[in-house]
Design a protein around this ligand. Structure first.
Ligand code: AMP
Length: 410
């Protein structure tokens, strides 16, 4: 299938052609016709599969013909709610690119920056609004958001939105929109709470599932290193020196961990930048710009800060700490291998993280390849010495067990 096979306005086709999109990705191929048919959809697809264009292109098309007739209407016609500021900015950029040959006005509003300029833009009139939940509600309370003529409501990264505790905000926002509207729900994963939310806000939705195997993870190599916690930094430096090239995102669980690793890598001469929740919005934007422009080739991030960010041409992801939520692993490795490009994910697993690997492999439904040949292997942790009587009793068996322990025990 080609984009030209889809009934999209020529100006939109022209804009995406300039972006060098020739064939629609699987999620686009499946979702665009259904959205153009005015149906509600619930789509499970990870970032990296092209899901932003899957909703942005049909929305632009639907509003395209109305733009002149409703030129003077200042009211919002499409609303995209996104969990993070970075993702909101990215969605705005995409709408602007795809809609550059239209007169449609798109803007993004999010917290962490001054609210005043956002009020001014809204006052001039906006057709497509992208917003994080908290700032949208603030602006609404202050009387700057009018959703009375809204026709399309999009919830992007719905699972993350709920993980971040936005469920009540999402319900509040949905209740501000007209009852009769088209609702599109996109989520990387489909836990029960998403199905419950969907059943209450969507009207006979069409379900579209993009299997991780069909999209991004097929093109991502995944390698697993068992390593003592204290040697993770050494292993990271070893791999950066000998194995991993190009542009790299390193995930750490804590903000402290991000800062510490950034210092170490900088000291070792790497061009590195970082994002986490304690950094101001302007510092986070600056870090992403630095990484995008290649001034830094390594970005260290926590999950929430990095979720949804589209940084193309990432060659490798390092899971320095393993996530305790297995879906997070899928999100992280989705940073590389975006839109069918190949990529590689390195995961470091210390003794206390072995249970996470089990969960991750369960949702991947496959084993991750283990690399044993590296300088910092994990040996079986020593248990406390048992009382004498018991150790005597078990002596005979102990020797065979310890032979086995030299082999893989995890
Ligand atoms: P997304 O999943 O929306 O974050 O998109 C991931 C990346 O794929 C972005 O860099 C898009 O610009 C790119 N992309 C989206 N659709 C296509 C397409 N049909 N062809 C090539 N690249 C695409």
């Amino acid at each position: 299938m080609q984009f030209s096979d889809l009934p999209l306005h020529n100006s939109i086709l022209k804009a995406i052609n300039e972006e060098r999109y020739h064939t629609p990705t699987l999620v686009q191929e499946k979702a665009i016709p259904v959205i153009l048919d005015n149906k509600d959809v619930i789509v499970s697809a990870q970032t990296g599969t092209g899901k932003t264009a899957a909703f942005a292109l049909p929305i632009l098309h639907q509003l395209f013909d109305k733009q002149d007739a409703e030129k003077r209407s200042k009211k919002i016609k499409a609303l995209v709610v996104s969990p993070t500021r970075e993702l909101a900015i990215q969605i705005e950029e995409n709408f602007k690119k795809y809609g550059k040959y239209s007169n449609l006005r798109t803007t993004a509003v999010y917290g962490g920056v001054s609210i005043e300029p956002q009020k001014d833009i809204l006052a001039k009139g906006v057709d497509i609004l992208i917003a994080t939940p908290g700032r949208l509600i603030d602006l609404h309370i202050q009387g700057h958001i009018d959703l009375t003529v809204l026709t399309t409501f999009v919830l992007d990264e719905a699972d993350l939105m709920l993980d971040m505790g936005f469920i009540n905000d999402v319900r509040k926002i949905e209740a501000l929109c007209p009852r009769k509207k088209q609702t599109l729900l996109f989520s990387a994963t489909m836990p029960e709470k998403i199905t419950v939310l969907a059943s209450s806000i969507l009207n006979k939705p069409e379900k579209i599932e993009i299997d991780a195997d069909d999209s991004v993870s097929k093109s991502i190599g995944q390698l697993l290193y068992y390593v003592p916690k204290k040697n993770k930094t050494d292993l990271c430096l070893h791999l950066l020196r000998n194995t991993i090239n190009g542009r790299i995102i390193i995930f750490r669980r804590t903000k402290f961990g991000v800062d510490k690793l950034e210092q170490t890598l900088s000291k070792n001469g790497y061009k590195v930048t970082s994002i986490h929740g304690d950094k101001s919005q302007s510092l986070r934007n600056e870090a992403i710009a630095t990484f995008k422009s290649n001034k830094a080739t390594i970005l260290i991030a926590t999950d929430v800060a990095a979720r949804g960010i589209d940084i193309t041409k990432v060659d490798a992801v390092i899971n320095f700490d393993l996530p305790n939520i297995p879906e997070t692993y899928v999100h992280r490795i989705g940073r590389t291998g975006r839109a069918g490009k190949s990529g590689i994910a390195f995961s470091f697993c210390s003794a206390d993280e072995t249970s996470y690997i089990k969960l991750i492999q369960e949702i991947l439904q496959r084993k991750i390849q283990i690399i044993e040949d590296h300088p910092f292997p994990l040996t079986k942790p020593k248990h406390k010495k048992q009382p004498n009587t018991i150790s005597k009793h078990k002596k005979g068996r102990k020797s065979t067990a310890s032979k086995k322990n030299k082999k893989r025990w995890y």
